[in-house]
Design a protein around this ligand. Structure first.
Ligand code: CYC
Length: 128
């Protein structure tokens, strides 16, 4: 997200200075954590109630840009799908490429990928 929009980390950007960058990274982790909870529960209510409830208003009040937030969630969605399918991108990962070697069943875990994707989409629609 930052690579695509360097203005975020320049004076006036919402990830400037480091304090805001740290808050943004933390928010990304929070979203991933609640998406994980939803996956484990097979239900989005914990994501809705404890993470997304009021977030759009909070972000609006703080001037956190929606388009950049949505882009970050889209990137996490794509990464999550690649990890569930155990098909990380060699081009993106470079020397850090690591395959989990976990058993990948029924059409590369298509139903699990679809379920995870639906929770990321829920985050995007709650913020849009
Ligand atoms: C458990 C549920 C929960 C959520 C979801 C949560 C979000 C949350 N993010 C916040 C701030 C923030 N969130 C961001 C996030 C970003 N800025 C960008 O440019 C990017 C697009 C994006 C990261 C992808 C930033 C920069 C702040 C600090 C804004 C400021 O203080 O000016 C704040 C204001 C208080 C604080 O700074 O900690 C809250 C409440 N807090 C919670 O307790």
């Amino acid at each position: 997200m930052i690579c695509e929009n360097q203005g975020l980390i320049q004076a006036g950007g919402n990830c400037y200075p480091n304090r805001r960058m740290a808050a943004c990274l933390r928010d990304g982790e929070i979203v991933l954590r609640y998406v994980t909870y939803a996956l484990l529960a097979g239900d989005a209510s914990v994501l809705d109630d404890r993470c997304l409830n009021g977030l759009k208003e909070t972000y609006a009040a703080l001037g956190v840009p929606v388009t950049s937030t949505v882009r970050a969630v889209q990137i996490m969605k794509a990464q999550a799908a690649a990890h569930i399918k155990d098909t990380p991108s060699e081009a993106m990962a470079g020397a850090k490429l690591r395959k989990m070697g976990s058993p990948v069943v029924e059409d590369r875990c298509a139903s699990l990928v679809a379920e995870a994707s639906s929770y990321f989409d829920r985050v995007i629609s709650a913020l849009s």
